[in-house]
Design a protein around this ligand. Sequence first.
Ligand code: GDP
Length: 309
Amino acid sequence: MNLRNIAIIAHVDHGKTTLVDKLLQQSGTYRENQKVAERAMDSNDLERERGITILAKCTSVHWEDTQINIVDTPGHADFGGEVERILSMVDGVIVLVDAAEGPMPQTKFVVSKALKLGLKPIVAINKVDRPDARISEVVNEVFDLFAALDATDEQLDFPILYGSGKNGWMANSPDASHDVGMKPLFELVLKHVAPPVVQEGPFRLLGTIIEANPYLGRIITGRIASGSVKPNQAVKVLSREGKLIESGRITKILAFRGLERQPVEFAEAGDIVAIAGLTKGTVADTFCDPAVEEPLQAQPIDPPTVSMT
Ligand code: GDP
């Protein structure tokens, strides 16, 4: 399966939800997904009631034969270490900026983490339909922000999309015909963002997001660094220092499909999935095949240092 893992970084109200909605619609994921959801409802109300198909923190859309996982990032610095871990799952970011408001200081922290992790940003100037849009000024502000955050020359050479999420288009020029839809965005993601790097070896996943589910218990979301995983597979959990935390079995694997997540029978390296069945393992721990000795290296977690002014 062809994969891309990305995050969208946006200040609140700059249009992330609307954009993702249009991406889902235009990629056909909604239609497919609704069919799946209806079938699931007919045949297995119980599964749904058990909370297996619940709204996810990640979304996936399909373009041609590629699955694009879109990870949600916390908006600002209150989530110091979490931002870093979440960004460690992706290979590219879209920095979405309102064409009138320009980049906001609250997103500076997340942008700085993305740049420090070496991610090559795509800049999307959104809401170009606003009468008060100041498109070229805002592009310059984004450039200045990246430069102030010590972006590399490669990162400063960012591709730019312009468009209106609300009107369903994103293109390489602000004057493009709206008929292009989101195709230019999909194509740019496929071209500019590298496929996930996967390592050799048995199943390993770095715990990245933890949540409690009333039916499934503890759910851990992360990117599969190597190998593959199936339900009922034996796994163990290693701490960052390599200490054994627990051994057990995977009871459920949830993959992201559109806005929902659905149980799957198999997932492989590169994909971002949620697993259930372990009770002690947590974020920054390595969930892995019992044969694995070395934990995955979590990104160093340091407190927010960027000034918010
Ligand atoms: P989020 O907080 O980043 O998820 O932003 P939303 O997607 O909820 O959008 C915030 C507001 O901006 C809503 O009122 C949207 O209707 C509006 N909005 C989103 N995209 C556009 C756009 O392309 N043009 C204009 N003019 N408004 C937009």
